[in-house]
Structures are given as structure tokens and as C-alpha cells.
Design a protein around this ligand. Structure first.
Ligand code: PMP
Length: 305
């Protein structure tokens, strides 16, 4: 997906023209993956443009930085304000926001000493459907990846670190090469983990299950939102270990994530899920989720800030 430039990027505390937001080729993060980032969406809502769960995303950014002992030189409130500023100044109502905290140029060794600065940028991008515009109604075809997610005590899965995406890139490239839209990866034990950039939910007999944070997942903000929406609607939602074979007999499976929003999975390894079409729970959940932005679903958790 090609990038469509907007006008300004927030870079280390000020707005700079898009083309001037650059880094040196010897930046630490370019060589060692030492960057933590977020992906969030600004929706055009009945209240005007609103970044969905901005506070939760900024909190996760600071949590990721803490795991990697990166001291962000701005407060969470300043980063939240900067995100709103980038949206307003670029006059992009609905957009995708990409804040990144990275170790910049200063030293060539792996150990990030004080000579390596911690830098922050926030860009707003025009971006439509991540898995394709029809994906949310027709669903996607996925396989089980031959690549496992990172094991606990290797690379921390709960940190949204650039380095983790070495794994996601392998997963998505393999899936596309083999003719699938996307993939679900297993954890180091062979249990269901997550997609390359999405969490996974599995429905059977009205009970909704999703892998717990013990299965090498990123604790998605959409995953959390969906659990609230389902529980608010009276569904039983369980966070638990899910064996691969439980996927094939599911009534419904769907992906969730900032980019994917709520995307039905219509087959796994070419085995149709449900009738091979979007299931009723997935459809109702999408309506509740998108209803937040039109006002049809009450924003009872304050997700629009
Ligand atoms: N897992 C991974 C690996 C991801 O990159 C993402 C996208 N951030 C998700 C899950 C979904 O998280 P969220 O709902 O916070 O976007």
C-alpha cells in the first residue's frame, strides 16, 4: 500500500514539513529494531474527528518504551496533544496515526549509551481498509503460518516494538505467497496466538474465546474494546489457550485490530468457517463497533475521549 503524504509530521516536539521528517542511515533503530510504536485510527464521528482510545494507545506506547528502558522525553499528555495536533493541522478527518519512539543517530554499537538519543515522531496517514475494502463483509481466507510467534523470554510480545515485526513480515509474506489473504500464527507451544497484526476471536455455541496474553500476543486495544462490547451485550468471553484444531470447528472466527477493525475469517487452511460467510455475531459486533462513531452505540467507556 503506497503512502499518501500529508503536510506535516510532529517530530521531536515540533511540526515539520513531511519531507523533512528524516533520519540518518546510521540511526540505532534502523540497525537493531530499537523502536516502539503505535497505530491508531482517527474516525470522523458525530462529535467531529476523534482518535479512538487515544489514552490507551499512548499508555501502551509508554509501556512498550518502559520494557525497553527508553525514556520518552515528553509526557503522555503532551503526546496525546501532539496526536490531536497532527490531525487538526493536516486537516485529515479520518486517518491512521503512527507515533514512533526510536533510538536515533549517535553510536554504532548495539548497547544504547547516552550518545544515542531517543526521538519521537507522529505522522497522520490517509488509509482505507487494511485487508481490502470487501474484507469486512466477505471475510478473508487465512492459513496457519509455519512461523511461530516469539516465545516468552525471547523478544517481549507485549511491547509493540519494531523488532517484533520481523516475525509478522515472515508470517504475512508466506501467507500471500501461498495464496491466502493473511495468516494465524501459533505460539511456541503450538497454541493459537495471533495474526501478523491482528488478534483472533473464535466463536462456538455463542461462547467467544480469544488467546490470553500468555500466548505471545500483543494486547490489542481493539481486542480489549471488543471484549467490552461483547460482555456489555451479554456474551460470555473467555481469554484462554486455544488449540489449533478448535479453529476448524468454529462457528465464526474474526480478526480484530486497529487496521483490520473487525474482519471475518471465512476459511482456515481452506476449511470453511461457519458457512464460509460472515457470521451473525461478527456482523452484529461490527454494527456495535462502528455505531460508536455515529453515536448509535453509546460511548459508555469514553473511548472517543
Ligand atoms: N497484534 C499485533 C502483532 C499487532 O501488530 C496489532 C496491531 N497493533 C494487533 C495485534 C492489534 O492491536 P490493536 O487493536 O491495538 O491495533
Amino acid at each position: 500500500m503506497a503512502i499518501e503524504p500529508t503536510e506535516l509530521i510532529w517530530y521531536d516536539g515540533k511540526l515539520v514539513p513531511w519531507r523533512e521528517a528524516t533520519v540518518h542511515v546510521l540511526a540505532h533503530s534502523l540497525h537493531y529494531g530499537s523502536a516502539v510504536f503505535e497505530g491508531m485510527r482517527c474516525y470522523s464521528t458525530h462529535l467531529g474527528p476523534r482518535v479512538f482510545r487515544l489514552d490507551a494507545h499512548v499508555r501502551r506506547l509508554f509501556d512498550s518504551a518502559r520494557i525497553y528502558r527508553m525514556e520518552i522525553p515528553f509526557s503522555p499528555a503532551r503526546i496525546e496533544d501532539a496526536c490531536r495536533e497532527v490531525v487538526a493541522k493536516n486537516r485529515v478527518e479520518a486517518c491512521y496515526l503512527r507515533p514512533i519512539v526510536f533510538r536515533g543517530y549517535g553510536g554504532v554499537g548495539m548497547y544504547p549509551g547516552p550518545e544515542v538519543p531517543i526521538q519521537v515522531s507522529i505522522a497522520a496517514l490517509r488509509w482505507g481498509g487494511h485487508l481490502g475494502s470487501e474484507a469486512q463483509t466477505k471475510g478473508v481466507e487465512v492459513c496457519i503460518s509455519s512461523w511461530r510467534r516469539v516465545a516468552p523470554d525471547t523478544i517481549p510480545a507485549l511491547a509493540k516494538c519494531a523488532a517484533n515485526y520481523a516475525s509478522s513480515i515472515q508470517i504475512v509474506m508466506e501467507a500471500k505467497r501461498d495464496g491466502y489473504d493473511a495468516a494465524i500464527a501459533l505460539d511456541h507451544q503450538g497454541l493459537v496466538s495471533e495474526g501478523a497484526g491482528e488478534n483472533v476471536f473464535v466463536v462456538r455455541d455463542g461462547v467467544v474465546r480469544t488467546p490470553s496474553t500468555g500466548s505471545s500476543i500483543l494486547a490489542g486495544i481493539t481486542r480489549d474494546s471488543v471484549m467490552w462490547l461483547l460482555r456489555d451485550a451479554g456474551y460470555e468471553v473467555r481469554e484462554e489457550a486455544i488449540p489449533r484444531e478448535a479453529l476448524y470447528g468454529a462457528d465464526e472466527i474474526f480478526y480484530v485490530g486497529t487496521a483490520a477493525e473487525i474482519t471475518p475469517v471465512r476459511s482456515v487452511d481452506r476449511v470453511p468457517i461457519g458457512g464460509g460467510v460472515r457470521g451473525p455475531l461478527t456482523k452484529a459486533l461490527q454494527a456495535r463497533f462502528f455505531g460508536i462513531f455515529t453515536g448509535e452505540t453509546p460511548d459508555k467507556h469514553g473511548w472517543l475521549g
